[in-house]
Design a binder for this molecule. Sequence first.
Ligand SMILES: [Zn+2]
Length: 93
Amino acid sequence: MIKNLVEEHVFTAYEQLRGHFPEFCGCDTCRGDAYVYALNRIPARYVNTQAGTVITDFNLDKDQNRAAIDVAMMEALRRVMLAPRCGKAPPKV
Ligand SMILES: [Zn+2]
């Protein structure tokens, strides 16, 4: 089973970081846009796993990679928050 470890961490980063952006909409469209924005900016890191194997952050070789993913997700949340495509009014800043 082919898995992108970066994808796993992007999902985790989303859960951890969205609280920092209270104005972020968080609907399916906005969440998907945030994932896509972050994933398109981080090189994929694919592994071939046995079915049922638990992927942990341990598999990402360097803390550096995780930091880069966190930064990309922060930027993603900020951008989607300021220009949501779902029709929600952007926050007045
Ligand atoms: Zn939305």
